[in-house]
Design a protein around this ligand. Structure first.
Ligand SMILES: Nc1ncnc2c1ncn2[C@@H]1O[C@H](COP(=O)(O)OP(=O)(O)OP(=O)(O)O)[C@@H](O)[C@H]1O
Ligand SMILES: [Mg+2]
Length: 300
């Protein structure tokens, strides 16, 4: 075939790519939880330990360490709040975080983080130096050119010795070029792995996407690549049956959260109720199956 080249493997690359399983295993990361800052969420991830030969389910106490997590949902479902709660929580524990703001310019993102911190009862002045803000909302080059963004992130990670990265949102990085979504997310995913970062990628769902599925803008690209997908949804109570089930009046919104999948550890597969408190904090409630009634079984 014209133009087709049979590639000759470069010896050093081959050397690096081929590994004995035992060697790779030695460098395998340990599984533990990274507190999410979201009440009720940390217990939904778990691992299995053997005690006296019997397997036991042990809560991880947070997002699995070093996971790249896709946090998706339509507008106003609480994605940004959850991303901020994670950053503040990590910072309060003394772990530096890199927060890439793609939607809101730095000053607005900083104000939101301050509000979130106050709602969490955490002194913002004590934690703000642990959060490195990368303003991709104001700097088009960071949004439009992945190598520039990655070089900036590498600098921030090295300089501030961060353990985790939040990107709100990755969708903003492929605006008007969704066919590149997969390629962009793959590059970001590989980068987080190379730099040993736990990462939250916020991604936006269009209202046309079926709620509570992992599909987001750019198709299923994001969820296929990442380690874990969490879906947020809101549902309008439209029928008396729904009103009875959720114990809310007609016309109100009920919020839901579901861990769609996680490659790194076990997790709850149920759809859980979710609240956004008056001060703007996401809290995870019980599974909807526990509300009782036939509607709950149909909805979970
Ligand atoms: N400070 C606050 N106090 C009370 N409620 C708030 C506060 N901030 C946000 N909310 C509520 O939480 C909802 C979700 O907000 P959030 O910004 O997290 O949405 P999002 O999923 O990031 O949406 P988008 O895709 O548009 O960015 C808001 O619509 C609002 O109802
Ligand atoms: Mg948002």
């Amino acid at each position: 075939m014209e133009g087709y080249q049979t590639g000759r493997p470069e010896p050093r690359a081959v050397e690096e790519a081929v590994e004995v399983l035992r060697e790779a295993g030695r460098r395998a990361p340990r599984l533990f939880g990274i507190p999410s800052g979201v009440e009720g969420l940390d217990e939904l991830f778990f691992t299995t330990r053997f005690e006296d030969g019997t397997p036991k389910k042990v809560p991880l106490g947070g997002y699995p360490a070093l996971a790249v997590i896709n946090l998706t949902g339509v507008a106003d479902t609480g994605k940004t709040l959850m991303a901020e709660q994670f950053a503040i929580k990590q910072a309060s524990l003394g772990y530096p975080v890199c927060f890439v703001t793609v939607e809101a310019p730095a000053a607005f993102a900083a104000a939101a983080l301050r509000t979130r911190s106050a709602a969490m009862g955490i002194d913002y002045d004590r934690v703000q130096d642990q959060i490195v803000l990368v303003d991709a909302a104001s700097h088009a080059q960071l949004r439009d050119d992945v190598p520039t963004l990655l070089a900036t992130l590498a600098h921030a990670i090295r300089r501030f010795d961060t353990n985790s990265v939040v990107i709100d949102s990755v969708t903003g990085l492929f605006e008007a070029k969704e066919i590149f979504a997969r390629q962009i997310v793959r590059q970001l995913f590989n980068f987080m792995k190379r730099w040993y970062q736990t990462a939250i990628f916020v991604s936006q769902k269009r209202t046309g996407h079926e709620e509570l599925t992992a599909e987001a803008a750019g198709g299923y690209a994001v969820s296929h690549i990442v380690d874990c997908t969490i879906v947020l949804a809101k549902r309008l109570i439209q029928t008396p049956a729904e009103a009875r089930l959720y114990k809310r009046p007609l016309g109100e919104i009920v919020r839901l959260i579901r861990i769609d999948g996680c490659r790194l550890c076990g997790h709850s597969t149920a759809t859980h109720l979710m609240e956004i408190t008056e001060t703007g904090l996401v809290q995870v409630g019980p599974p909807i199956s526990r509300l009782g009634g036939r509607e709950a079984d149909a909805g979970s």
